[in-house]
Design a protein around this ligand. Sequence first.
Ligand code: NCD
Length: 383
Amino acid sequence: MKKINMKEDHLQIYKRENSNVWQIKIKLPNKKALRISSRTKVKEDAKNIALHKYNFFSKERIILDNNSEKNFQYKKVHLIESKNLKKNEIECFLMESNKYIKFNKQKIKKLNLLKGRTVFNLFFEDSTRTRTSFEVAAKRLGADLINVALKDSSINKGETLFDTMTTINSMDPDVLIVRHPEEGISKKISTMVKACVINAGDGSHEHPTQALLDALTIKKKFGSFIKLKIAICGDILHSRVARSNIEILSTLGAKINIIGPKTLIPIDIQQSNIKIYYNMKAGLKNCDIVMMLRIQKERIVGKHFTNEKEYFKKYGLDYKKLGYAKKQALVMHPGPMNRGIEIDSKLADDVTRSLIQEQVSMGVAIRMACLEILINNKDKYGS
Ligand code: NCD
């Protein structure tokens, strides 16, 4: 048998008498040896493949070895609201996402951290972005994810929410991701089940993981929140994204300008750390970031919103209005976008000004961190 040691006893390639193909043996400390075929007869190729595999498995080990129940600053088992999150708790989510930002750039994106754990996506409302983002996050961590089609579920056959949750609870899930058109549902569900609950949007109320991913995107670009002025523009009244962002970004120290037509700004929004504007020119002055919101047509009943063209003229973000903000100001939008209504299509796609694609990518990292932290806490403190 031919044998070549590459990293002392930790990495080897070898070829058996009866085979032309090189085999790889990886032996990491305190782990069983792993044997894989390189599927090549060429020695130099086999060496490269072996190194690639070794790097992958040893990186995975770093994350996995740290996994003996951690002491995170965030100690709860649910993530329902941004309102009561403390600064150190928000920073905990942002910090833990860092390793996943790096990990998600690797060629092979699969960990065993949540192997054998069960995550349910319970979406009572349409969603592509958020549902898929949680699915990718859970699967990259090795968990089993089950998408429950609730729009066609027994709940429409008259089953109560309580019965549906009791049924799901009996399947012993670890995490439930809940989106529902009604405010406060995730909180209610968290009292009915043993699993961790993540609020993925409850009516116009809150959407904490969206605000966390927005904060992560901003942190990656600007480093700190202290001197930042952020404009949140559009349909504030119906936006759970706006509500969660106002809480999280102001707790992190940013100044916030709210901009929109009077009819789409809630009256209870007056807070000491935010300013309200009804016109873009005044509101965008000196802003570093312009966060646009979708006009929530499905939640607007007639009177607040009449003419899309008129709306775009006054509140739609285009290059001209972006010019009212700071020279290098950047644009965000949680998606899905109404192009030509709240945002100019070309600007939305302009990667030199728009962080929209970056937001999606940060979404996966932040959700991986959320799943890791909540499941860790459930193991450590119980639910
Ligand atoms: C947001 C939502 O569903 O609240 N989108 C999202 O989570 N990606 C914003 C919206 O629907 O406008």
